[in-house]
Write a protein that binds this ligand. Structure first.
Ligand code: ATP
Ligand code: AH0
Length: 402
């Protein structure tokens, strides 16, 4: 029998597994690397985060990803070359982290690699007549990660979710449900990444089918793109200082919110394919705000992200949602965005996932480690046939190093 399959089989029987979870998100800030020890599986899962780092992307790496990122017309050759190249880069970044943490690659059971989303195409967004289906594409080939690191690697998680009837995202519902449900309170886990999304968790032990995840609209992606356009040397508006000095422009906000995405029923997914520079420019033209100052534009985009979250919450929880909200993702570090969220959801209680023992920046990489643990040692996680088509499937393609 293939020795790697034997290894896979024996690790599935182990009481715990050491898994490196990876996430490279829509902000293109870098590769999140989370070395986790996962005990058990399913609702009995216990996770210890041993080490975490975000390995920053150089401007050159970001430039190469942007050649194909969320773009309409891209070079097929460039796309073909970038896929293995990113896999090798991610493999090297893993080895760099393990060396810094003094952990031998042989001591790691699995790598769980999300890869880099370069195009997300739910059917409601692409509406291509030839293809009545959801689709999504992540680059960073798993075989290259596996051969470069010598570690069995799971990758390309989102395809199974689509094959089983979902939109390929958000996948956070699985991890949030297994790790962060509480018997004491219902919770909203709010990821403030390039795209904002939340997971609703009923009280643990209640009807799991009520749990679901949905995107809500832009998080940081438009903020970052606008800052970069004005200050090419800046990656984002640190601590929301620029936005805090501005005023929300009501006319621009109205035009931004006029997009049908915001009124669409939940759950839904989106990406920078929709919430990109063209979307912003169109709203600026309609509201005659093309020459609006940077601070006021950023203040308005910050309010847009918060209103997107609030509108989605109101679609489910009524006009005055009064939930315990736990933020994660880079936007959790943005005081201007946090203030806008409190304005938009005054009856909610806000904290970060740090209060639940989960590092806000590590949560997405941890999710993929957990999904790999379920694929190898668990059973398909069933949240029931509730609001979100949350298919009970194992996810991830397995790459063997040899
Ligand atoms: N101190 C800060 N002040 C303001 N914004 C911040 C701060 N730190 C991080 N951010 C924002 O968070 C972003 C990175 O967040 P994160 O890593 O969660 O995004 P991502 O995972 O790439 O996105 P997605 O979840 O959509 O894939 C940065 O690009 C920036 O916009
Ligand atoms: C296609 C894709 O990569 N979607 C991401 C993106 O980033 C945030 C939001 O949009 C979420 O839907 C998803 O990632 C998280 C990890 C998820 O699947 O839950």
């Amino acid at each position: 029998m293939n020795s790697y399959l034997t290894r896979l089989y024996s690790m599935a029987q182990q009481p715990s597994r050491r898994i490196v979870g990876l996430m490279s998100g829509t902000s293109l800030d870098g590769l999140d690397v989370a070395l986790c020890r996962l005990h058990g599986h399913g609702t009995a899962t216990r996770l210890e985060l041993e080490h975490f780092a975000t390995v920053p992307y150089s401007n050159e790496v970001r430039r190469r990803i942007r050649e194909v990122f969320a773009g309409g017309q891209v070079s097929l050759e460039y796309l073909t070359l970038l896929h293995p190249w990113l896999g090798l880069l991610h493999g090297d970044m893993i080895l760099q982290c393990l060396q810094e943490w003094q952990v031998a690659p042989a001591a790691v059971d699995l790598v769980a690699s999300h890869g880099q989303t370069v195009y997300h195409a739910p059917q409601h967004q692409h509406q291509h007549p030839d293809f009545p289906l959801n689709a999504t594409l992540q680059l960073g080939d798993g075989d290259h990660v596996s051969v470069r690191t010598g570690i069995i690697t799971l990758s390309d998680f989102r395809q199974k979710h689509i094959a089983a009837g979902g939109e390929g995202a958000p996948l956070a519902a699985y991890g949030d449900y297994l790790l962060l449900s509480s018997t004491e309170e219902e919770r909203l886990l709010l990821n403030l990444g390039g795209i904002a999304n939340f997971t609703y968790l009923p009280r643990a032990g209640q009807d799991a089918s009520a749990a679901f995840s949905t995107d809500t609209g832009p998080g940081n992606t438009l903020l970052d793109a606008t800052v970069r356009a004005h200050h090419p040397m800046l990656a984002y508006d640190e601590d929301g200082r620029l936005a805090s000095a501005g005023q929300v422009h009501a006319g621009l906000l109205t035009e931004l919110l006029a997009h049908p995405f915001f009124a669409a029923p939940l759950p839904k997914t989106t990406g920078p394919e929709l919430f990109g520079p063209a979307y912003l420019r169109s709203a600026q033209e309609r509201s005659d705000t093309l020459t609006l100052g940077l601070a006021d534009t950023l203040a308005t985009l910050t309010e847009l992200s918060a209103v997107g979250v609030a509108q989605a919450a109101r679609q489910v929880f009524g006009s005055e949602p009064a939930l315990a909200v736990y933020a994660s993702g880079g936007g959790a570090h943005n005081p201007a965005l946090q203030a806008a969220l409190r304005r938009q959801l005054p009856a909610c209680r806000f904290a970060t996932t740090q209060q639940l023992g989960v590092l806000p920046d590590a949560k997405e990489a941890i999710l993929f480690a957990l999904l790999a643990n379920e694929a190898v040692a668990g059973q398909p996680v069933s949240l029931g046939a509730g609001r979100q088509r949350v298919p009970a499937v194992s996810m991830g393609k397995i790459s063997l190093p040899g």
